[in-house]
Design a protein around this ligand. Structure first.
Ligand SMILES: N[C@@H](CCC(=O)N[C@@H](CS(=O)(=O)O)C(=O)NCC(=O)O)C(=O)O
Length: 215
C-alpha cells in the first residue's frame, strides 16, 4: 500500500516527505488548499480533526502530527533507506531529545517569525517589528545552544544524521528564503556548517523541486 500524504506543499508536510524520501518509500500526495479552506472540509476533518496538514493515509491506517508520522515510518522501515532513529536505545533517546527541542524550543519563535515575514501578506498580518525582534532574540538563544552542541558533533543527536536534523528543514528553510533572517544561521559557524550538510541532502533538494516554497 502506498502512503498518501495530505497537503504536501506546506512546511509540516515537507517534514514527513523528506523523511519518506530518506527511507526510500513510495508515496502519493493529495493536495489540500489551505487558502480555500479545504483543510476544514468534513472529509478532511475526519482525517485530521484539528484541520491541519499533514495527515497520512496508509491503507486503513491514518496518522496526523508530522513528528509522530516521521517517528512511525523511521521505526517501521528501520532497515530501509537511511537509519534515522538511532541504533541503540541511548542513541534513540538523543534523537527523541532533539526532536523535542526542535518542536518546543526552535519551532515556536521561528513559526512566529515566519508568520510576520514570509506569510504576513498572504495571511493579512501586519508585520510587528517588536514581535519579530522578540522572537529573533529567542531563536538566537536557542541557536547558541545548537552552536555549542554542533561544535562537538556533526549532527544534533550524534555523529549520524537523524529525524532530529531533518525535522528542522521545513521551517529553517524560511529563515534563509523569504524571512531574510539567514544570518541567524550563517553567523554561527557550526550551525551554518550543519545547515549546509542537511539542506544539501538529495532528499531535501527533491522536496524543494517537487513542492517549491511559496514565492
Ligand atoms: N503540529 C502539527 C502542525 C501542523 C500545522 O500547523 N500545519 C499548518 C501548515 S504549516 O504551518 O505546516 O505550513 C496548517 O495546517 N495550517 C492550517 C491552519 O492553521 O488552519 C504538525 O506538525 O503536523
Amino acid at each position: 500500500m502506498v502512503v498518501k500524504v495530505y497537503g504536501p506543499e506546506y512546511a509540516s508536510s515537507k517534514r514527513v516527505i523528506v523523511c519518506l524520501l530518506e527511507k526510500e518509500m513510495e508515496f502519493e500526495v493529495v493536495n489540500i488548499d489551505l487558502f480555500k479552506g479545504e483543510n476544514k472540509s468534513p472529509d478532511y476533518l475526519k482525517l485530521q480533526p484539528f484541520g491541519l496538514v499533514p495527515a497520512i493515509q496508509d491503507g486503513d491506517y491514518t496518522l496526523y502530527e508530522s513528528r509522530a508520522i516521521i517517528r512511525y515510518y523511521a521505526e517501521k522501515y528501520k532497515s530501509q533507506g537511511t537509519e534515522l532513529f538511532g541504533k541503540t536505545m541511548e542513541e534513540k533517546g538523543k534523537v527523541e531529545q532533539w526532536l523535542e527541542v526542535e518542536a518546543h524550543n526552535f519551532h515556536p519563535p521561528l513559526y512566529t517569525l515566519v508568520l510576520h515575514t514570509v506569510f504576513s501578506s498572504k495571511l493579512g498580518i501586519t508585520p510587528d517589528q517588536k514581535v519579530i525582534q522578540e522572537n529573533e532574540a529567542k531563536l538566537g538563544n536557542v541557536l547558541d545552544v545548537y552552536e555549542e552542541r554542533l561544535s562537538m558533533s556533526k549532527y544534533l543527536a550524534g555523529d549520524s544524521l537523524s529525524l532530529a536534523d531533518l525535522s528542522h528543514l521545513p521551517f529553517g528553510h524560511y529563515l534563509l528564503n523569504g524571512a531574510g533572517k539567514g544570518y541567524l544561521i550563517r553567523d554561527r559557524k557550526h550551525v551554518s556548517a550543519w545547515w549546509d550538510v542537511i539542506s544539501n541532502r538529495p532528499s531535501w533538494k527533491k522536496v524543494l523541486h517537487l513542492f517549491p516554497y511559496p514565492t
